[in-house]
Design a protein. Structure first.
Lengths: 161, 571
């Protein structure tokens, strides 16, 4: 079966140890977490967690069922790309090897609709929000100048409509 | 009321009248509170915390109610771990309490501090740390609910010492809500309809019944379903006893050391109706060839079990009892065509299987002879508990059980040393039943200290040690798969178990001849104190038939059954 990136959102009780329980379950069942994000919801005491996991349909089905089994999990929702807004934030610190490069970098960051959040004579830091594939593409493009550091938040998602 | 008294009060409210535990610094207040409630609850003082956990399991398996065990912080709670892991693998409802250092010291590497929340995380259905005495009532209510409903399992509760002495100021809540705990009890009617269609259209249907049917107390419904449909029944090792093994349609246990008839039937079936089982590797062998001719219906209360190991054609999520009731009600309205050819083949082959006798004469007693003697003497309500090893598989294969909760053994985890403490728990739960402990000399020695508990608590069980001076199961693997390169499996001069019994103030009988077996067992039953029967069995006997791990069901070897070629045209 084909492996793909799957986004799964879940509502969990906001209690100490819940993240460990979920992460631990992934580890011992051999599932690979690609990214994980956690944040509060509008309901006090309930957090939303979004994970992306690589795997075929069977694996994803098992992941969902196993998450559901955890007592602290209230709801598990698969977030298919076509019916969800999926976003990730990334900060990229790009080296400026020379003046010509600087112009190129600034041009590319504009095309990618990034925000320049820091600039020094030797580096530019861009903030980019988008689907993971867009971020991947931007990082790939910046490699020619030299990337000092990146920091990605992992994926968060919300359903459409 | 302080926290400790609240804990005891809540246990009593949850209908617990006995716990199994061992004290220590961090649980002194808790054990003190037992003195206040002497008339309603007692603790069986074990000799090692592992014994407490297995005794709680034995109690739970025999009674269907959650078993409770208690240990102090650090090493005490760590000693519970094997039992908790065992309960997790076999879906046994136990509540394990571990003491903990006071909340003010947690995380400081205090004396006897161990992160039990971390340690028990992957081996419990859920765990709690109570950090406020007012949360005790709510937490214990939740713990029992979680442990006992749906697919049962162990719950660990961490009890910091300070909350045990803290005053409880809030009333006990009437009910507790666990938002993340949802169960599907009633099966989906669409799936039931599909299942019934498949059953009606099948030529060679077969039932595979697991412990789920025991847990949901669905043995009567199972019998009704079988009588209605005339479908032959196999059980998993954990499901043993849920269907009378002397019933003409019972084929016994399946799997690695299961009965050949059961495995061949699985292979030849065109429809496998699996209820309350999880298709472990010990049941299926090679997943690619497992039940390859069959459509599979899989009903389980735990959706995560469906499709985990085998591909399922008709999944049904629900409680085994509800599933069986739904199937019965739907099938009753239809006409079932006779499957005479299939049933006759199975019955003829089964007859040969039942008539098998040990192939070769042995100098010492053959383990199978021990089993047939126990079968002769055992009454339907008597309970068989086993350790782990060859003796366990001999029991699983040859002991005939007719009632649920009468066969108690460590299946998923395969925990040596499970037997003696689990037998204690079973006897405490069912004092009027004889509890036979079929154990090996290796397994028995792992928790032998619980003989002290037996003496002190006046618990009478019937331990039958199949003494072959070997760690027999590993020896068998070394013989069969490693050309007899025996490494660290010979126990040599095992202790004189008769003298061990005497040292503990119990009795012992050494059995060296077949003719002494029956009188010895009868004497152990009639004696007032526990009487250990040390049976000197043939040293190098293998438990056969056997299916090599990951093997094809048809390749199960050994045993005295002829090839089934003439009974089953398809293999």
């Amino acid at each position: 079966m084909k492996e793909r990136r799957n986004v799964i959102a879940m509502l969990v009780e906001d209690q100490p140890g819940v993240l460990t329980k979920i992460a631990g379950m992934f580890a011992r069942r051999g599932f690979n977490i690609d990214t994980i994000t956690v944040g509060k919801t509008i309901t006090p005491g309930i957090s939303k967690m979004v994970i992306t996991v690589f795997g075929d349909d069977k694996t994803v089905e098992q992941v969902k069922k196993q998450i559901n089994k955890l007592i602290n999990t209230i709801k598990v929702i698969e977030m298919p790309e076509e019916r969800s807004v999926i976003r990730e934030l990334c900060l990229v610190k790009i080296a400026i090897p020379n003046k010509k490069a600087k112009e190129d970098i600034l041009r590319y960051t504009k095309i990618y609709k990034t925000k320049i959040v820091d600039i020094t004579p030797k580096s530019v830091t861009a903030e980019l929000v988008g689907v993971p594939a867009k971020i991947d593409a931007f990082i790939e493009l910046m490699k020619q100048f030299g990337i000092r550091e990146i920091s990605r938040t992992g994926v968060t998602a919300i359903s459409r409509g | 009321m302080n926290g400790a008294n609240m804990i005891i009060k809540m246990l009593i409210r949850e209908k617990t009248n006995v716990t199994f535990g061992f004290p220590g610094g961090a649980v002194i207040p808790l054990f003190d509170a037992f003195l206040e409630h002497k008339d309603k609850i007692k603790n069986v003082l074990v000799r090692h915390e592992q014994g407490a956990a297995h005794a709680a399991e034995g109690y739970a398996r025999a009674s269907g109610k959650a078993g409770v065990c208690i240990a102090t912080s650090g090493p005490g709670a760590c000693n519970l771990v094997t039992g908790i892991a065992d309960a997790y693998m076999d879906s046994v409802p136990i509540i394990a309490f571990g003491g903990q250092v006071p909340t003010t010291l947690i995380g400081n590497d205090a004396f006897q501090e161990t992160d039990m929340m971390g340690i028990t995380l992957p081996i419990t259905k859920h765990n709690f740390q109570i950090r406020n005495a007012n949360k005790i009532a709510e937490t214990i209510m939740k713990a029992f609910k979680i442990a006992q409903s749906g697919r049962p399992g162990p719950v660990y509760i961490d009890l910091p010492k300070d909350i045990q002495v803290e005053e409880v100021t809030e009333p006990i809540p009437r009910d507790v809500a666990i938002p993340g705990f949802k169960l599907t009890i009633k099966p989906n009617p669409v799936q039931i309809k599909l299942a019934v269609e498949a059953i009606l259209n099948s030529e060679r249907p077969l039932l595979l019944v697991g412990q789920g049917v025991v847990i949901s107390n669905a043995h009567k419904e199972l019998r009704e379903f079988v009588n209605l449909t005339k479908i032959p029944v196999t059980t998993t090792f954990m499901g043993k006893g849920v269907f009378d093994e002397r019933h003409p349609l019972s084929l016994g246990t399946v799997g690695m050391h299961g009965r050949k008839i059961a495995n061949y039937a699985t292979l030849n079936a065109d429809l496998l109706i699996a209820i309350g089982c999880r298709f472990s590797d010990r049941i299926t062998g090679n997943l690619k060839t497992y039940a390859e001719n069959a459509k599979i219906i899989h009903a389980d209360i735990d959706p995560a079990e469906i499709g985990k190991n085998v591909e399922v054609d008709i999944p049904i999520v629900g409680d085994a009892k509800e599933v069986l009731i739904a199937l019965i009600n739907t099938i009753k309205k239809k006409t079932i065509k006779e499957k005479e050819g299939w049933i006759n083949k199975i019955k003829r082959y089964k007859q040969i299987c039942d008539g098998c006798v040990p192939l070769h004469k042995t100098k010492k007693i053959h383990p199978r002879v021990v089993m047939s003697n126990i079968n002769k003497i055992m009454k339907p309500d008597d309970i068989v508990v086993t350790g782990v090893g060859q003796h366990q598989m001999f029991a699983g294969h040859f002991i005939k059980c007719s009632k649920p909760r009468t066969f108690i053994s460590s299946g998923g985890a395969g925990t040596m040393g499970f037997g003696l403490p689990a037998a204690i728990g079973a006897k405490v739960a069912k004092p009027s039943s004889n509890v036979f402990l079929i154990d090996g000399d290796g397994s028995f020695q792992m928790t032998i200290q619980e003989l002290g508990t037996i003496k002190e608590e006046n618990i009478k069980i019937i331990p039958i040690i199949m003494n072959n001076s070997y760690l027999g199961m590993v020896r068998q693997w070394l013989e069969l798969f490693l050309g007899k390169r025996y490494s660290n499996v010979y126990l040599g001069r095992t202790p004189d178990f008769v003298k061990v019994a005497e040292a503990y103030g119990l009795e012992g009988i050494r059995v060296e001849r077949e003719s002494e077996l029956e009188p010895a067992i009868k004497k152990a039953i009639s004696n007032d104190v526990t009487t250990i029967i040390d049976v000197q069995v043939e040293e190098e006997v293998n438990i056969l038939p056997m299916l090599a791990p990951g093997g094809h069901l048809k390749d199960a070897f050994g045993g005295c059954m002829p090839a089934p070629g003439k009974f089953f045209e398809r293999e």
